[in-house]
Design a protein around this ligand. Structure first.
Ligand code: GTP
Ligand code: MG
Length: 217
């Protein structure tokens, strides 16, 4: 969905329960569309779509300013506290077809907490789910979104130092998605400049993939 001065970007949030998916959706949209809270069980049990207003100041096309609307699909976590893998998968599949069936998905984020190391046991099932949802070209349409960037800062680590010390599993994942990642602080609410930086990175990932979208039936 795109005119000369306006563009709609469709994003999907996937990740384990309580990783900060809904909070990240709110941060990206600059709203409180999604219910986000600390809970001993999974909070989000069905998919929902949030839309930002038309945002400017971070994307240009042919020399002109682009007004970009983000559409973000929040999903139940996987593994989930009460839903099976099949239920989560079916819920996301249906929502992808309903919301992005016509226009297509630009980018899916695998949401990871930066304050937890990524282990192999978590990686395999998640990659499998992403592959099943996005198909064989999933790597072109997937990036990592680290939440809890405030905790990384609190530990006095730069994002480079953090990644330098990360597990081999995380390195492998980042390699497979061609180092597409962003850090997000959902706690303190990011400063305007930090948010613009994250949005510019998202646009760059999408540009690298030639603005292609994944279509769903
Ligand atoms: N400090 C900090 N807390 C965060 C951040 N992101 C999320 N949280 C907290 O983590 C908890 C879970 O956040 P949610 O947004 O509900 O996570 P979710 O992945 O949507 O959770 P489910 O829907 O249960 O799968 C909440 O208490 C958030 O405030 C972050 O960047 N920093
Ligand atoms: Mg949630």
């Amino acid at each position: 969905m795109s005119t000369d001065s306006k563009m709609t970007i469709n994003l999907l949030l996937l990740g384990r329960t309580q990783s900060g998916k809904s909070a990240a959706g709110n941060t990206l949209l600059g709203s409180m569309d999604f219910n986000s809270c600390l809970s001993p069980c999974s909070v989000t049990t069905s998919c929902s779509l949030g839309r930002s207003c038309h945002l400017s100041g971070f994307a240009r096309r042919q020399g002109g300013e682009l007004a970009v609307q983000l559409r973000v699909l929040d999903t139940p976590g996987y593994p989930h506290g009460s839903l099976s893998k099949e239920q989560v998968q079916q819920e996301v599949k249906t929502a992808l077809a309903q919301h992005f069936g016509g226009t297509g998905l630009h980018l899916a984020f695998w949401v990871l907490r930066a304050d937890f190391p990524l282990c192999k046991q978590e990686e395999d099932p998640m990659i499998q789910l992403v592959q099943e949802l996005l198909g064989p070209n999933w790597k072109n349409y997937t990036a990592v979104l680290f939440t809890h960037a405030d905790q990384v800062e609190k530990a006095r680590l730069s994002s480079e130092q953090y990644l330098h010390n990360a597990t081999d599993t995380l390195h492998k994942v980042l390699q497979s998605v061609e180092q597409k990642y962003i850090f997000v602080d959902n706690h303190a609410r990011m400063l305007k400049q930090e948010k613009l930086k994250a949005l510019r990175k998202i646009m760059e990932f999408i540009r690298q993939n030639h603005y292609q979208t994944l279509l769903f039936k």
